[in-house]
Ligand binder design. Structure first.
Ligand code: AMP
Ligand code: FES
Ligand code: ZN
Ligand code: ZN
Length: 311
């Protein structure tokens, strides 16, 4: 297989694009494409301040690397979740994120949920669900709440996450299987700023996961290989595997599935009626973030409940 650009030996073959590239041209192609997506979806400009949510995994570190190479003003945010799993998952992912920041002379903000609120994610989940179930939903709620709070408090224009095509296609697959119209309507590469919520963008949403792995390795980025210890057996993982099986026989199907969905929603052709009754949104009495709940937002309610339970 030969590189499409120089004819040298190809190291990455992208069957969905019928294109193979050598290492040098691949690590140039990825930022060029990212720049194209940032412009196409009006994500942000070079004048705006970007906060990249960095988990220590390949996608978010690659994103930080790409935005920096492209000359965007991008700082990092690491959230300490207090997740243990053999090797201490949270400590290790923080170490790799901090090392990346230092090596590249970048600014990293670190916020530890336990220090901030008194509970790690697994403990908070145990209290909320009385020891039953995985902490993933509590974790998701806390991450969204904290990312938004910090982006707003520190005056960033936009919050960027490392979601890739495999992530987005798996979420889309799940939402389509359930016909969850609310979620389908909300799934976009850019969520504009609204009611005190920061603008959220996913600049890597059109790259396959294997492309991000190849990019991180080619760039010599050290990232945490392990998945979160709670991810095992999660529905999302099953959806990803199912889509990969389809992709093996029909290269490009994952990308088409996602892009046709974006096209359909853009042109108003999704068979989903917008909910006529918009929920009444107002600021949470404690943290000021928008909520449709009567008093406190769901994150603050969870913390209050934990405080009363543990007395
Ligand atoms: P996940 O929900 O783990 O698939 O992660 C999706 C995206 O959320 C990542 O690409 C990161 O941008 C962000 N993210 C996940 N975990 C963290 C964390 N502990 N700190 C900061 N950002 C995170
Ligand atoms: Fe949050 Fe796994 S439960 S990253
Ligand atoms: Zn080449
Ligand atoms: Zn709140």
């Amino acid at each position: 297989m030969k590189c499409k650009k120089c004819g040298g030996k190809a190291s990455v073959n992208m069957r969905q694009h019928r294109m193979a590239l050598c290492k040098e041209h691949f690590i140039e192609w990825i930022p060029e494409q990212t720049e194209r997506f940032i412009k196409k979806y009006n994500m942000f400009t070079r004048e705006e301040k970007v906060l990249v949510a960095v988990s220590g995994g390949k996608d978010s570190l690659a994103l930080w690397d790409i935005l920096t190479r492209l000359g965007y003003k991008a700082d990092g945010l690491y959230l300490g979740l207090g997740i243990d799993g053999g090797v201490n998952y949270s400590d290790e992912s923080h170490r790799l994120t901090a090392e990346f920041a230092e090596k590249n002379g970048l600014t990293l903000h670190t916020v530890n949920i336990e220090k901030e609120y008194g509970y790690s994610i697994p403990v908070l989940s145990d209290i909320s669900y009385r020891g039953h179930g995985k902490p993933c939903s509590v974790c998701g709620l806390a991450k969204r709440h904290e990312m938004n709070r910090i982006a707003r408090d520190l005056g960033y224009d936009v919050l960027a996450t490392g979601h890739n095509l495999d992530d987005e296609a798996a979420v889309l697959f799940g939402n389509t299987l359930q016909w969850s119209s609310d979620y389908l309507l909300r799934q976009r590469p850019v969520l504009p700023e609204k009611d005190g919520l920061a603008r959220k963008v996913k600049p890597l949403c059109r790259f396959y996961e294997r492309e991000m792995t190849a990019y991180s390795i080619a760039r010599g980025i050290e990232y945490i290989y392990d998945e979160c210890p709670f991810a095992d057996g999660a529905t999302q993982v099953f959806y990803k595997e199912t889509l990969n099986q389809l992709e093996n026989t029909r290269p490009g199907i994952k990308l088409t599935f996602y892009l046709r969905f974006l096209d359909a929603r853009q042109s108003g052709n999704l068979f989903i009626e917008k909910d006529a009754v918009q929920a009444h949104i107002h600021p949470c009495a404690k943290c000021g973030q928008p909520t449709s709940a009567p008093d406190l937002c769901s994150f603050c309610r969870m913390i209050e409940k934990a405080n009363t339970t543990t007395g």
